[in-house]
Write a protein that binds this ligand. Structure first.
Ligand code: ZN
Length: 252
């Protein structure tokens, strides 16, 4: 499909106003942490928070009427998911993955996932196919909805699940890490059409695996990863040091 056209960047709201959509609640600390995680994630997806924007602990704590400890927990969780970067003595910033890094991630995935398809084709039993089919059912139900975080997670989980089902936990962990390194780019730039397309490709890959057609499964996986990469990065400047710069944002 045609990649999304580059649009002029909108003026970015300061971090403290961009995440103020949720009102503070008398909820348990864990729920409050999740509320803040969700609000910041949504602000990133909706381009209200630009890559590189500073997330001031104190301001976020004031917005939600919570302690800085709770904000810190939320920022830690976002950092673990590669959406936020924590810098000693400087604080937290929205991550700024470079286009080059994303391309490297996809190049590594293409190699690893050829191996994954081979191993899955060799080892998978009926229960593994059932598990993947069940996953795809869930995936297909979610891709059409507006839940960008949910669909991104499920689309990535398909690959991780393949490795887990055949007991290759090392590969599952590496893939999970690689996929989350591209999380910010995927959340911000994968259109719902591209997400649907991606899920349809999963269905085709599974069909090839079910008939143990290794050559077809491998070429479908290769094409799938290339298509995903291109749908995310085609219009970004490869030479750019970071996304914000590539999109003409002043937040670089
Ligand atoms: Zn996929």
């Amino acid at each position: 499909m045609a990649p999304r056209a580059k649009t002029p960047s909108k003026p970015q709201a300061p971090a403290d106003r961009a995440v103020s959509a949720v009102s503070p609640a008398d909820a348990p600390p864990a729920d409050l942490t999740q509320t803040i995680v969700a609000a910041i994630t949504t602000a990133i997806i909706e381009h209200r928070l630009a890559p590189g924007a500073k997330l001031t602990e104190q301001k976020i704590a004031a917005i939600y009427g919570v302690s800085r400890t709770i904000v810190r927990q939320a920022l830690f969780q976002l950092a673990r998911d590669h959406l936020v970067r924590l810098e000693p003595d400087r604080g937290a910033f929205v991550a700024q993955p470079s286009v080059e890094e994303a391309r490297e991630v996809f190049a590594v995935r293409r190699v690893l996932e050829q191996h994954l398809v081979e191993a899955f084709c060799e080892k998978a039993v009926a229960g593994d196919f059932r598990a993947l089919r069940a996953h795809l059912k869930q995936e297909q139900a979610v891709v059409g909805r507006v839940d960008v975080t949910g669909r991104t997670r499920l689309l990535g989980d398909f690959h991780v699940l393949m490795a887990e089902r055949i007991g290759n936990h090392v590969l599952a962990q590496i893939l999970s890490e690689l996929i989350s390194r591209c999380a910010l780019i995927t959340l911000m730039y994968q259109s719902s059409r591209a997400a649907q397309h991606s899920s349809d490709e999963h269905v085709e890959i599974l069909k090839a695996l079910e008939t143990r057609d290794l050559a077809r499964a491998k070429s479908l996986m290769e094409a799938h990863l290339l298509a995903t990469e291109n749908s995310l990065l085609y219009h970004r400047r490869i030479s750019s040091a970071n996304l914000a710069e590539a999109l003409g944002s002043r937040a670089a």
